[in-house]
Design a protein around this ligand. Structure first.
Ligand code: ATP
Length: 277
């Protein structure tokens, strides 16, 4: 069954000069599927994710999550962004528990639910390997550690859909690899459906069961690739011929659809102009 159904979705930003950020986008994301979105800058990846998260209105089309039309943010959908946005005045554990605490304060949680929530926060801390830093503050953590806390915080309300916008964009290559395996592990045990935006084609193939390639002007879906790798990913798979062939194909298609010129004649002209200046 589809967890997310996107039908003929469009988005026009009504600025002085209207921008068609998305046109006629249709996509089904299955239960427990991991879908990655890639594409040239400005093709509407973040806009699509924000619409899925209910943070942005669509201009046209339909969007259904778990059988319900999306009209705003919802507890079944959680978002993780590139910038960790932790509360600096709260400890790691308090950051993770934050949303539950708010609910409890508002009287929306029974005492047994509060207890269960405390247990879940501890379990999430263990899962992300940061139990020893439970009482540290965000400024005492590395970027990778902060992003692990942000992921745990997003998972705290047990969302069935996790929307991730370049979550590892600011991390170094080694930390990213650790984060990739962590997020795959989380998805396996929590059975979360994940839609993940990235600029990094290797990351998109390693994580995704399908890679959705978008193209700009107007933002649209260009090609959907089924990733031909076993479900249980291992870092070595990045060197497999089918992985490398897919990476090459997707990179070439991004270049073709980006609208940016790599034309040698144009570069030559720039060189001549620079020399004449
Ligand atoms: N608030 C806004 N007002 C006007 N135009 C916007 C707004 N947000 C995004 N856009 C435009 O919509 C288009 C899609 O933007 P979006 O950020 O979704 O692309 P993206 O694929 O995520 O880009 P990148 O990979 O560079 O982050 C771009 O042309 C952008 O300039």
């Amino acid at each position: 069954m589809s967890k997310v159904q996107i039908r003929n979705l469009g988005k026009i930003f009504d600025s002085a000069k209207p921008v068609t950020a998305l046109e006629n986008v249709s996509l089904d994301v299955k239960d427990n599927e991991f879908v990655t979105l890639v594409g040239a800058s400005g093709c509407g990846k973040s806009t699509l994710l924000r619409i899925l998260g209910g943070l942005e209105y669509r201009s046209s089309g339909e969007l259904v999550c778990e059988g319900q039309p999306v009209v705003g943010p919802g507890a079944e959908r959680a978002m993780v962004f590139q910038h960790y946005s932790l509360y600096p005045w709260l400890t790691v554990l308090e950051n993770i528990r934050f949303s539950r605490k708010l609910k409890a304060k508002r009287g929306n949680l029974s005492s047994s639910e509060v207890e269960a929530a405390a247990g879940r926060a501890d379990a999430l801390l263990q899962l992300i390997g940061l139990s020893h830093l439970a009482h540290a503050y965000p400024n005492q953590l590395s970027g990778g550690q902060q992003q692990r806390v942000a992921i745990a915080r997003a998972l705290m309300s047990k969302p069935s859909i996790l929307l991730m916008d370049e979550p590892f964009g600011a991390l170094d290559a080694q930390t990213r690899e650790v984060m990739h395996d962590l997020v795959l592990h989380v998805q396996r045990i929590e059975k979360t459906t994940i839609v993940f935006v990235t600029h990094d084609v290797e990351e998109a193939i390693y994580l995704g069961q399908r890679v959705v390639l978008m193209a700009p002007r107007p933002g649209r879906i260009d090609t959907i690739y089924d990733v031909p790798l076993p479900a249980a990913r291992e870092q070595d798979m990045k060197h497999a011929p089918e992985f490398l062939a897919m990476k090459k194909r997707i990179l070439a298609r991004i270049r073709d659809t980006s609208g940016m010129s790599t034309d040698s004649e144009l570069l030559e002209r720039l060189n001549l102009q620079a020399a004449a200046a």
